[in-house]
Write a protein that binds this ligand. Structure first.
Ligand SMILES: [Zn+2]
Ligand SMILES: [Zn+2]
Length: 164
């Protein structure tokens, strides 16, 4: 879904990590009336806060998704992100099945290159890890620190692998 509802100048920061949101970001479709917005990183790690739960319906907010690689259209980038969120990070077989236009190897290689092995993305992950460590006593973030628990839950897959 492409949306252009919020003016970037009055957009609130990410509710998870307080970073300035850059597109694409996630808007919870169930929380409101003030928009519950998450950056992609916080969304992928299953951030929950008060009434917001990680299995709420969501919209991907973007007006102009960059084309990261020739051969991948903006629509395919969005489809890949959605497929990874739906199927789980590492489940490339199902991701490719949902994508239809790209095979398993292409999905994995592209995701790893553009969304994981990406200096900008990695430094954000590092910041998140520090924030999470600083907040371990904070009950507002109901994450269990035990790996097998969080990995087994839908929407708590992906980037957590890198925190272990
Ligand atoms: Zn965030
Ligand atoms: Zn919500």
């Amino acid at each position: 879904k492409l949306d252009r509802i919020y003016d970037p100048s009055d957009k609130p920061p990410c509710r998870g990590c307080s970073s300035n949101l850059v597109e694409p970001y996630i808007k919870c479709a169930e929380c409101g009336p003030s928009p519950f917005l998450l950056c992609l990183q916080c969304f992928t790690r299953g951030f929950e806060f008060k009434k917001h739960e990680s299995d709420h319906k969501y919209e991907i907010m973007t007006s102009d998704f960059p084309v990261l690689e020739p051969g991948w259209t903006a629509q395919e980038e969005m489809a890949l992100l959605e497929a990874v969120m739906d199927c789980g990070f590492g489940n490339w077989q199902d991701v490719a099945y949902q994508m239809r236009t790209k095979n398993k190897e292409e999905c994995e290689a592209h995701y790893m290159k553009n969304f994981i092995n990406n200096p900008l993305f990695s430094s954000t992950l590092l910041n998140l890890r520090q924030i999470e460590e600083a907040r371990t006593a904070d009950t507002a973030i109901p994450f269990k620190r035990h790996c097998s628990t969080r990995h087994s839950q839908r929407h708590r897959h992906s980037l957590f692998l890198f925190f272990c």
